[in-house]
Design a protein around this ligand. Sequence first.
Ligand SMILES: Cc1cc2nc3c(=O)[nH]c(=O)nc-3n(C[C@H](O)[C@H](O)[C@H](O)COP(=O)(O)O)c2cc1C
Length: 337
Amino acid sequence: MQTLAELRSPKLILAPLKGYTDEVFRNAFARHFDGFDSALAPFIPTVKDKRIRPALLRGVQPERNRRLPVVPQIMSNSPDDFIRMACALVAQGHSEVNWNLGCPFPIVAKKSKGSGLLPQPDRIDTFLDQVVPRLPCRLSVKVRLGRKKPDEIYKVLESLNAYPLSEIIVHPRTGIQMYSGRPDLDRFERCLDLSRHPVSYNGDINCFGDFQNLSKRFQSVTRWMIGRGALINPYLPGVIKGTENPADDKVHRFIGFYYDLYRGYQERLSGPGHLLNRMKGFWTYFALTLEGGKKVAKQIHRSKRIHRYETIVSEFFSSEPRWVEPEEGMSVDEVLP
Ligand SMILES: Cc1cc2nc3c(=O)[nH]c(=O)nc-3n(C[C@H](O)[C@H](O)[C@H](O)COP(=O)(O)O)c2cc1C
C-alpha cells in the first residue's frame, strides 16, 4: 500500500536506452536537468566464462553515478550466470538488480531472452526458483505485455506474484510491436489489478500532458519511467516535478547540455567514427524539439566526417532555433526524422 506522500510525489526513473543512457549521458543530464530520482541502466549481458571483465561493469559503479543513482539491469536466461553477474554488482555496492524481460529484438528474443521468455512462464518460474534464494540483493523486473500476444503477461504476472520482487516495470506493448502503435492502457490497467508487486508505468510519456493523462487514469501508480521523452525533451522530468520555470530559455540550456555530452563522448569513445555514430543517434531525438531540427538531423546523418558534423551543429545552434514542445499523444516512432 502506497503512502499519501508517495501518491502525491511521483518518482521518476530514467529508462534504459542502450546506446544512449549510459554513464556519460546520465551524468551530463543530471548536471543540467532536474527531475529524475534514479535511472535504470541499459542491460548488461551475462557471460559464460568465469571472469567478468571489469569494463562491463564500470559504467554502473555507484561512485561514478552519484548524481543520479543507478540500478543495473541484467539480460540473461541462465540462473547461474545471472547470479554471478548480480554478485559482482553487489560487490560494487548495488543493493538491487533488474531482470530484462522486455527486449524486443529478434536476435535476443529468439534465444529465449528478453521478451523471448514471456511466452514461457514455466521457464520464468524455473529461473526465479533458482535465482531468488541465492540472490544477495533486491530484484525488480522490466516486462512487455508479451512476445507476440499481449495476453502473455497475465500468466507471467501469476508467476512473478510467487516471488519477492521490489517492482515490476511494465511497458505495455508486445515485443513484435517494437515501438509502433500506442501503449495498451487497458491491459496495463489489468496488470495493476493482477500484480501483488508495485507496478511502474513506462511508455510514450513525451510531454506534461501525457503524464497528466496517465497519472489521472492510474492513480495508484507512483513510479513512472521515461526514456525517449527525456531525450527529446530533457526538461520534462523537472516540469513534472514542478521544478522547471516554463519561462526559461530552453534552447540556451540545452546547448550547454549538448556540449557537455559531446565532450564526454569525445573523451570516452575511441576514434571519430564512434563519436560521429553516437551523436547521429542522439540527433534523431534532439531534432524533435528544435525548430528545423529534422532537416539538420538529415544533414547530420549524411555527414561522414566529425569536422563536418561539428560545423553543421554549430551553424544550427548559431541560427538560434526555437524550442518546440512535443505534442500530447505523440508517437515518437511516427515522427522520427
Ligand atoms: C534505442 C533503445 C534502446 C533500449 N534499450 C533498452 C535496454 O537496454 N533495456 C530495457 O529494458 N529497455 C530498453 N529499451 C526500452 C526502453 O527502456 C523503454 O521501455 C521504451 O523506450 C519505452 O519507453 P519510452 O516511450 O519512455 O521511451 C530501449 C529502447 C530504445 C528505443
